[in-house]
Design a protein around this ligand. Structure first.
Ligand SMILES: O=C(O)CCC(=O)C(=O)O
Length: 251
């Protein structure tokens, strides 16, 4: 029996994440996979690792994914009917290499007030423990914003090498977000998450798509020192906290 959106919302509130949600069937997933491969061939692997930020403004397939009706329907269920697309960012780990993503919470350095955001992680490739899938600590979003330090391990892909301390006992509770290409996981902006190195020869690429409710505003600079350029995707913006940005492609 398929899980209803309401059940998904209940699990999300409790655990701070959801996983294994099918977005695209095999044919559609292949379309996005092929489009990503073409982009990678154009710009190179190094750029693809963490350098493709907000490319939904220029590349239609990224825009299509960020506004995918299946993804937006789940986001609406979780944050309410008013949904803004905040940003997109590919995380692509080529293996075998030591690059990893240290434990962190997304909203800590995003300068948002209130510090609320939600991420859909769409799997371009199959993602599993062999190629360094995402991991989350269930329920960690309920503790509020945690103080971050710097990672001592070389290879952290995060923008300012941030890391939140996690005890061994907590790390043992981590859940591996194993996904097939075309599936997504979702995580709360305050859920502690990260990913281990890709020790395989298979690429592990995911598109993170960040969403906010329109009541959120940019109170401070984010860690990338880039102003957010959110676009209203669904419902109403009764706050007008951001300069209006037009949709880059028709919907
Ligand atoms: O893809 C990864 O391994 C990490 C993604 C991440 O940290 C994020 O979505 O904020």
């Amino acid at each position: 029996m398929e899980t209803t959106n309401a059940q998904l919302a209940e699990n999300y509130r409790k655990d701070g994440f959801l996983t294994g949600i099918r977005v695209a069937d095999e044919t559609e997933a292949k379309h996005y996979h092929d489009a990503y491969n073409a982009l990678e061939a154009e710009v190179g692997k190094e750029k693809c690792e963490i350098g493709l930020i907000d490319w939904h403004f220029e590349h239609q397939f990224i825009w299509e994914l960020a506004t995918h009706p299946r993804i937006v329907a789940v986001i609406e269920e979780l944050i309410g009917p008013d949904v803004m697309l905040l940003a997109t960012h590919f995380f692509c780990k080529y293996g075998p290499r030591d690059k990893f993503v240290a434990w962190h919470q997304d909203v800590t350095y995003w300068g948002l007030e209130p510090p609320e955001a939600i991420t859909a992680w769409y799997a371009i490739d199959d993602s599993d423990t062999g190629n360094g899938c995402m991991q989350v600590i269930p329920g960690s979003h309920q503790r509020g914003i945690q103080e971050h330090g710097k990672s001592k391990q070389v290879g952290n892909l995060l923008s300012i090498n941030q890391e939140v301390p996690v005890t061994e006992v907590e790390a043992e509770t981590a859940v591996d977000l194993v996904l097939k290409a075309g599936e997504m996981s979702i995580h709360h902006g305050q859920t502690i998450h990260g990913s281990l190195p890709n020790h395989s020869t298979r690429r592990r690429c995911g598109l993170t798509v960040r969403y906010i409710p329109p009541g959120v505003r940019q109170a401070e600079e984010n860690s990338l020192k880039m102003p957010w350029k959110p676009i209203l995707l669904h419902g109403e913006d009764r706050y007008q906290n951001f300069t209006t940005v037009p949709s880059p492609f028709p919907r």
